[in-house]
Structures are given as structure tokens and as C-alpha cells.
Design a protein around this ligand. Structure first.
Ligand code: ADP
Ligand code: MG
Length: 673
């Protein structure tokens, strides 16, 4: 049922709910509370802690009507208290709250207690009668957006329960019994309106299991290639011409990973391998070795990158590496158009190019390969699993390599990606010195620019990274104003370029080329340069509003420098340094090891953290947590394998609910941000 027709909703509210991803009554029931306010243990007024949200029990003594104050705001007050102390309740722009209070009656108020010791005050507290708190003491707190309060959402959910005739049970009875799970209808009731903590726990256990099972089933269904034979069995290739043509010696780790890939290419089953290596470890070269090997057996390869900038760069690098060995490279992105595109498509279909490098444009229907055998995705966390399987569908079970700088603990990787094999580049090319990293506040910005100027004077180049394009609501540095107001004046005699996501592809390419060629000294950019960009002469990166990023993202950004000779520097600027932020940034100043950083990120859970969906390409989970719920994940994997083993496409009527669950979970898996 469409959410618009739910009692108490209507068009305007429906639009707000849509923004939360709620379109139907089912969506609403699946919109779980983020937390609960527990009204069962209220504080007496004098005992309430200051400045933290808590529940206070007090009787209302009197009310004074509303008064208009500055800025057209309305203010109203009530006096309340208990035998320990008095409490002033102040309401801004909320006349109804005051109206609802009855003098002489006792209530529970939720909010922060402020004011002074002798005149305690709560501003706009949430209120509950003692009776309703006794009936349901745990009140749900929903993830909110503007204009949609938790109380309103709770009301909608109640209406949804009243409207939803029967809640279907998607799990087979055998599983419910085996894991002693509660039923779906009960779980939904308990997650939204629990009577106790035990209710919450039981509901969570059930819903987490269900979600992880859907995840594992979805992965198995998408893969659906367990015992498949590859259409691209290859002869063992001799890599020595490839190694010999390189301008440098490969690292031991690169050789090892290339050998592992070669061994897979010779097998009858398709390769499904993750190449994991820290930023700068040289993953591109390993992919190139695979491309070379595939070409020796007469197969084409494709490499898919998440951004046009990166695709263009890869095409460039790989062409330089492979063209002398007779491998022809074609670039295919959104900005390759018209005659050039036609020519490229024709050459690909005719087998006249051995390697296609591109963005997700390579997935489009018009791209037909003559003989695709080896498919690579770079920065795999930027792609959904579905996109990987679309790539695989371009040929008859081609060999797949996914590359990532995100270190996933091996066991978790296996759970997340099933039968994926893993190669690790645990060695950096020689001569790399760790990037010297500093965390400073904006007060030191001018000094820091002095340092940047000295590097530029010595012939090096710099990146300056800012978070957003236009002025936001808060004080984030907008990249365009930063460019004109800060960077240009401070770098007066230098050539400063501007790069952000809203530039046209051709403009981006032009800026990037200029920077690469040394025609620009400085690149002021948003995080579009986050992944993969490789300009060895750049040796300093300045990151404004560093508190906005997860550590892994900062580490990725930092990886843009330290790719060439000499010292490299990373400066993290933040004026919002809470203790937690300081600790995180300081950690980054002291380590260059991506694995350590990911571990720390896991432990501290900063913004855009490691297990955010951007980092692993899996669908966003609503309730389960891959790390915290790893036991349930194991169980779900076991059951998913058994279910798919018995019914490979989940077509039997008894599995219809499960199939739908998996499909729903993966339905959003198309976004390429
Ligand atoms: P990443 O693993 O982050 O994708 P890249 O493949 O972009 O790393 O490689 C980073 C840089 O290191 C590139 O400039 C590349 O040419 C260089 N490089 C790769 N392998 C070696 C090597 N064995 N010796 C020296 N430089 C290397
Ligand atoms: Mg790379």
C-alpha cells in the first residue's frame, strides 16, 4: 500500500517520508528505530544530570501563556517540580505542548536539564504521561530528517500496523525453529513498540538474521556460477617479455600476485579473485600482467574504473606499458562520443583491441566484445556487486579480478564475498618514504601555505582538497570560494587549477592533463581525486575540514602523494577538533599502514567508516552490522549455502519469501556515487 493512503499521512507528508526512503506501508514497517528512550527509570528533578538527555519525573504547578519574543519567535513557560527541586519548562514555538499539560498532573519529561542549580530548566522537552509510560516504557527514536519527528513516525507506524492486514513470514518454519527466532509480525511489533529490553533483543536477533540471510542469498544468486566452466580457458603465458619491458623491477608481491592470477587463468573454472593492496602498492601493474597473459591466449580484457579521471589515467598508463608489447588499448567513457565511440565499439567487436579501459560505460548494451576473457574492476568498493556481475555477463564466465585498497579481514572477506580468492600486495615499491603527516588548525593555514610555496618553488606540485562545491549551511570550505579567496591570493605567482565533480568530463580531463603535464602547480579539488590519481611529481596534499572524512578515505587521499622521489607531505586542517577527532587525526599522523588504519577505523567508527557501504560495495544494511554481528553472519552463510544448494534459484514456493527478501535488499544496488 502506498504511504499516501495511510491514515494521517497525505501528499505533503508522503513527500517527506519518501525522502527517508519510505514509499509503502512495508517500507515504513521496515524503518526501524535507531534507539529507544527508556521512561522506566526517571530521575527526580534534583538528581538529574546536567546537559545530557535524560528522563525526569515532575508535577506541573502552573503555566503562563505564550509571549512573542525577538525574531517573531514564541515562548511559553510552565513551572513544575517534585519534592527535591523545582523545574522550569520552556517551550519555543510550540504552543500545543504547553496546552497539553494539565496543572497538578505528573509527567515524564525527556530532554537536557540546564539552567542553574537553583533554577533548573528544560527547553522543549518531550512529554509523556505517567500512565502511557507505564503501558509502554520504551519509546522508539527513529532516524530523523527535517520535518519528520520521531513521534510522528511512531504514529505512522501504529497506523501502518492497523492498516497492514497480514504480515507475511518470509523465513521457512524450520529456520525459525532451529534458531529460536520470533515470527516476522512479532518482531516488527517488538522492534517498534517494545515492552522491555528483552523484546528489543528478540526482535533484533530475528531481523538481523533475516537481513544477513537475505544478503548471503542475494550474493549467491547474483553469482550463480559455482560449478560453471569458463568460456576462456587460457594457455600458460610467459610473463618475461612483460616484466622485461618495465622501466622498473616488479616487487616480489607483484610477481607473486601475477603468478596467482596466471594459475587461475589456466583453470577450467572462472577466476574470482580480490587483489588487495595498500594505496600505491602497484595494483595496476598486476592487472596489466593479467591483460598481457590473456592477450597471449587471444583473449580481450576490460578494466572498469569508478571515475572518468581514473579511467583516462589507466588507459594512458596501460597504453604506455602494453602498446610496445602489441596490445591495443581503447578508452570508453561517457565522454567518448560520436565517431570516436563508433570506431571504438567496432574495433572492440571485431577483436581489434585487446584491452578496453572505461567507466561503467563499458557495461552498456552497445559494448560487445569479440572474445572477452579477463575482466577487472578497480577500486571495487565503488561498485556494487551487481555491477560486477553485469561485467561478468559480457562474456561466457570470464575471469574476474577486483582490486581494492580497502583491507578486509580475510575471514570477513570470505563471508562477504563468498568464494572470492584473495591476493595481497603487502610490499610497497622500493624508495617510498612514508608521507609526513601533520594535523593543524586553520590558524596555521597561512604558515602552512608558506611551506607549500617553498615546495612549489622547488618544482614540486600540490593538491588542496576541500569538501563541497557550493556554500553549505555550515562553515565548510566551499571549493570554488576557497579557490578564489584563499588559494589564489596565497599562491599568487603560481598556476592554480580547480577541479570538482560538477565540471564537464572534458573540462575535468583538461585540468587533470594540465596538472599531469606540469602546466599547473596546484590543484584545488574536491574528493574526485580520492581514488587512484597518480601524478608522481606532486608531493604535498593539504586536506581542509579533515574531520569530515573517515580515516580510510583520508589515507586514500594521502596516497595521492609519496608516489615519486623525495619527501612527501600531508597536512590535515581541522577547526572542529573534538577529542575524538584529534585522536583520529593524530593516529593518521603516526601511521602509514592502511591495515592499521582500517583497524582503527573499525574500532572508532568515524564518518564514512570502513563498514559503510561505500567501502565494500554491498547493499546498505538496515539493522545488521557485518562486524558486530559476525556470528549471525556465519550462521546465515551456512543456511544460505544449504538453501541454494537444494534450490539453486530459490524457485520453490516455500522459498518465494526468501527470494523476495534477497531481491529487495539488492534492488538499490545500482548507485555509482
Ligand atoms: P595502487 O595500488 O594504489 O593502484 P598504482 O598501481 O597506481 O598503485 O601504482 C602507484 C605508482 O607506483 C605508479 O606510479 C606506478 O607506476 C608505480 N609502481 C608500481 N609498481 C612499481 C615498482 N615495482 N617499482 C616502482 N614503481 C612502481
Ligand atoms: Mg589504483
Amino acid at each position: 500500500m502506498d504511504i499516501r493512503y495511510l491514515k494521517g499521512v497525505g501528499e505533503k507528508r508522503a513527500a517527506q517520508l519518501t525522502r527517508l526512503g519510505i514509499r509503502t506501508v512495508d517500507d515504513l514497517l521496515g524503518f526501524y528505530p535507531r534507539d529507544y528512550v527508556d521512561y522506566s527509570h526517571p530521575y527526580p528533578v534534583a538528581g538529574a544530570p546536567y546537559d545530557v538527555k535524560c528522563v525526569v519525573r515532575a508535577t506541573v504547578y502552573g503555566k503562563n501563556g505564550g509571549a512573542r519574543i525577538r525574531g517573531g519567535r514564541q515562548m511559553a513557560k510552565a513551572t513544575a517540580g517534585d519534592d527535591t527541586a523545582g523545574l522550569i519548562l520552556t517551550y519555543f514555538n510550540n504552543p500545543y505542548a504547553l496546552q497539553k499539560l494539565e496543572v497538578g498532573r505528573e509527567y515524564l519529561f525527556f530532554g537536557k536539564v540546564g539552567g542553574t542549580f537553583t533554577a533548573r530548566e528544560m527547553v522543549n522537552p518531550v512529554m509523556l504521561t505517567v500512565e502511557s509510560a507505564a503501558a509502554s516504557p520504551l519509546v522508539p527514536v527513529y532516524p530523523q530528517t527535517e520535518g519528520v519527528s520521531s513521534a510522528y513516525l511512531a504514529k505512522c507506524v501504529r497506523a501502518a500496523f492497523a492498516a497492514a492486514p497480514d504480515i507475511e513470514e518470509p523465513l521457512p518454519a524450520a529456520l525459525i525453529e532451529k534458531y529460536r527466532l520470533c515470527g516476522k509480525a512479532e518482531a516488527l511489533q517488538k522492534i517498534h513498540f517494545p515492552q522491555s529490553r528483552q523484546d528489543v533483543q528478540a526482535a533484533r536477533r530475528r531481523l538481523i538474521f533475516e537481513e544477513l540471510l537475505a544478503l548471503q542469498l542475494g550474493l549467491l544468486l547474483l553469482r550463480g556460477r559455482e560449478a560453471a566452466h569458463t568460456g576462456a580457458p587460457m594457455r600458460p603465458a610467459d610473463l618475461s617479455p612483460f616484466w622485461n619491458a618495465l622501466p622498473f623491477a616488479p616487487t616480489g608481491a607483484q610477481r607473486r600476485a601475477a603468478q596467482e592470477i596466471l594459475a587461475d587463468l589456466g583453470k577450467k573454472t572462472p577466476m574470482n579473485r580480490l587483489l588487495q593492496g595498500d594505496v600505491g602498492s602497484g595494483k595496476t601493474l598486476v592487472a596489466a600482467a593479467g591483460v598481457y597473459a590473456a592477450a597471449q591466449s587471444g583473449y580481450q580484457s576490460v578494466l572498469m574504473a569508478p571515475t572518468e579521471i581514473l579511467a583516462a589515467q589507466h588507459a594512458d598508463t596501460l597504453d604506455r606499458l602494453l602498446a610496445p608489447l602489441g596490445i591495443r588499448v581503447a578508452l570508453l567513457t561517457g565522454s567518448v562520443k560520436g565517431a570516436a565511440k563508433k570506431a571504438a565499439l567496432r574495433a572492440i567487436a571485431a577483436g581489434e583491441v585487446e584491452l578496453v579501459v572505461g567507466t561503467h560505460a563499458v557495461l552498456s548494451a552497445g559494448v560487445e566484445f569479440a572474445r572477452l576473457g579477463f575482466a577487472v574492476t578497480d577500486e571495487q568498493h565503488r561498485f556494487g556487486v551487481r555491477q560486477r556481475s553485469l561485467l561478468a555477463a559480457k562474456a561466457d564466465h570470464p575471469h574476474l579480478l577486483v582490486m581494492s585498497a580497502t583491507p578486509i579481514p580475510r575471514t570477513l572477506g570470505l563471508l562477504m564475498f563468498g568464494d572470492l580468492d584473495i591476493s595481497v600486495l603487502d610490499e610497497l615499491p622500493p624508495g617510498r618514504t612514508p608521507v609526513k603527516t601533520y594535523a593543524i588548525t586553520g590558524k596555521k593555514r597561512a604558515d602552512m601555505y608558506g611551506f607549500v610555496r617553498r615546495q612549489l618553488a622547488a618544482g614540486r606540485q600540490a593538491y588542496i582538497v576541500c569538501p563541497v562545491i557550493d556554500e553549505g549551511e555550515n562553515d565548510m570550505q566551499a571549493v570554488t570560494t576557497y579557490y578564489t579567496d584563499v588559494a589564489q591570493p596565497l599562491l599568487e605567482h603560481y598556476r592554480v587549477g580547480l577541479m570538482h565533480g560538477r565540471l564537464k568530463a572534458a573540462e575535468k580531463a583538461a585540468v587533470m592533463d594540465a596538472f599531469k603535464a606540469g602546466a599547473l602547480d596546484v590543484l584545488v579539488s574536491t574528493t574526485v581525486i580520492e581514488v587512484g590519481v597518480d601524478v608522481p611529481n606532486a608531493n604535498i596534499i593539504v586536506i581542509e575540514n579533515a574531520e569530515r572524512y573517515g580515516l580510510s578515505a583520508l589515507h586514500q587521499l594521502r596516497g595521492r602523494v609519496g608516489r615519486g622521489k623525495g619527501e612527501a607531505y600531508c597536512v590535515l586542517i581541522s577547526d572542529h577538533a573534538t577529542d575524538a577527532v584529534k585522536k583520529r587525526l593524530s593516529f593518521l599522523c603516526h601511521t602509514n599502514d592502511g591495515f592499521e588504519i582500517a583497524k582503527f577505523d573499525l574500532e572508532t567508527r568515524g564518518p564514512g567508516d570502513f563498514f559503510g557501504s561505500r567501502q565494500h560495495g554491498l547493499p546498505t544494511l538496515r539493522i545488521a552490522d557485518l562486524m558486530a554481528d559476525s556470528r549471525a553472519l556465519y550462521a546465515a552463510q551456512k543456511e544460505a549455502l544449504a538453501l541454494v544448494g537444494a534450490d539453486p534459484a530459490l524457485r520453490s514456493p516455500g522459498n518465494a519469501g526468501l527470494r523476495r527478501l534477497a531481491e529487495e535488499l539488492f534492488s538499490g544496488d545500482t548507485a555509482l556515487n
